[in-house]
Design a protein around this ligand. Sequence first.
Ligand SMILES: [Zn+2]
Ligand SMILES: [Zn+2]
Length: 81
Amino acid sequence: MKNLINTAWHEKNKLKMPTTLAERVKWHEAHLKACRCRKDVPPTIAVELKKQGKRVCSRGHLYRNSPPCPICYPGYRKGKQ
Ligand SMILES: [Zn+2]
Ligand SMILES: [Zn+2]
């Protein structure tokens, strides 16, 4: 089993408390790109991302293309990823 956590990234990107919501949104977005220890974002972050016009599925996965969410439906689109 590969360890999916990108510890180097986490070390570099520790959130200092207290953080603003905007900071946490940025952190989670960067985190999804840099690390695979979790694929979802918390509901509060999902709400903010949706306000920015981003696509977040009901389970908190951020994705770029058209629905459905590729993480919830991995077999739906063939090819990439
Ligand atoms: Zn992580
Ligand atoms: Zn999903």
